[in-house]
Design a protein around this ligand. Structure first.
Ligand code: HEC
Length: 275
């Protein structure tokens, strides 16, 4: 509650008991008090649509209260009728008749002339991958996709080492120009690129990703980034054009091996550190 606003309003309402305003003044005071409290009285702002709805209800409630008794109704109606019909109120009436449409016109004008702002694009470094991924005419389900070579790490260490060697060759033939010989994203081309190539030593990159995510990024590169990944002018090539599926899985093995990171995995059993 915004007591700096609510307290004075409550005090004024309490004071009305002593001032004894006319029924019309009383209804108006309550209406304005409710509006001020709803619109400014809460530390967390109430949505405008809720304020409007609530004020609509308050208007109905006040109207019901005021009109439920002939005496109260006369107290409200008579001054209004007098204001509309008596000659002496004519100048003020004229002013009101002009002011209401003028206020509406002004508010519409202000709304229409608000400067148009270009939408901002925050970019997501690791945008959500698609549900399915088609590489070399094979469609994978991203939910279940995993590195098919990973299990060899325990079941056949020799074969695993051979795949790692392949991964090393692939990395130094293709990736190190950008991602660098230490995988810190400081390859010889890196300085010309914006965004710069990913630093795989950084624990915020491959260590927090699953191998399927890397497979997607390696296969589809910068061109495969979804809208939310923009505005990346990512130079990361789509390696499906140059590498076989197995080669992409092999180079991914090598990224983890070289940086001594573990892929993020759903199950501890598959070798990761869990969530
Ligand atoms: C022409 C420069 C270039 C080359 C060559 C290159 N990359 Fe990249 N790569 C980038 C850039 C720039 C980014 C960062 C922007 C992005 O995410 O697209 C990136 C991002 C990535 C990512 C995403 C990491 C993350 O945290 O989301 C992976 C994985 C990756 N590269 C793997 C590779 C592999 C594997 C190779 C070699 C087969 C390779 N890159 C070759 C420029 C390159």
């Amino acid at each position: 509650m915004n007591w700096m606003i609510v307290l004075p309003v409550l005090l004024v309402l309490a004071g009305l008991r002593f001032v004894k305003p006319s029924m019309l003044g009383w209804a108006a005071a309550w209406w304005i008090a409710v509006w001020i409290i709803m619109d400014f009285g809460f530390a967390v702002p109430v949505p405008k649509s809720v304020v409007k709805e609530f004020l609509g209800i308050v208007t109905l409630a006040l109207a019901a209260y005021v009109s439920s008794d002939p005496q109260r109704w006369a107290e409200v109606r008579d001054p209004m009728v007098a204001f509309l019909t008596e000659r002496r109120h004519l100048p003020l009436l004229g002013l009101v008749a002009v002011a209401i449409p003028a206020a509406v016109a002004a508010s519409i004008y202000l709304e229409m002339t608000a400067p148009a702002q270009a939408p901002t694009f925050g970019r997501t470094v690791h945008p959500a991958p698609p549900a399915t991924l088609t590489v070399h005419d094979v469609t994978h389900d991203m939910q279940t996709l995993d590195n098919p070579l990973r299990s060899l790490e325990t079941s056949d260490p020799e074969a695993f080492a051979a795949h790692l060697e392949e991964g090393r060759r692939i990395y130094y033939e293709n990736c190190f120009y950008c991602h660098g010989d230490l995988m810190q994203g400081a390859g010889m081309f890196a300085h010309a690129l914006n965004p710069i190539p990913t630093n795989f030593q950084d624990s915020g990159t491959i260590a927090m990703l699953q191998e399927s995510f890397l497979f997607w990024r390696v296969a589809k590169g910068g061109p495969g980034l979804p809208e939310e990944g923009g505005p990346w002018m990512s130079a990361m090539p789509a390696w499906e054009q140059f590498l076989s599926e197995e080669e992409m899985w092999e180079v991914i093995l090598f990224l983890y091996e070289f940086t001594e990171q573990r892929p993020r995995a759903l199950h501890a059993a598959s070798g990761g550190e869990g969530h």
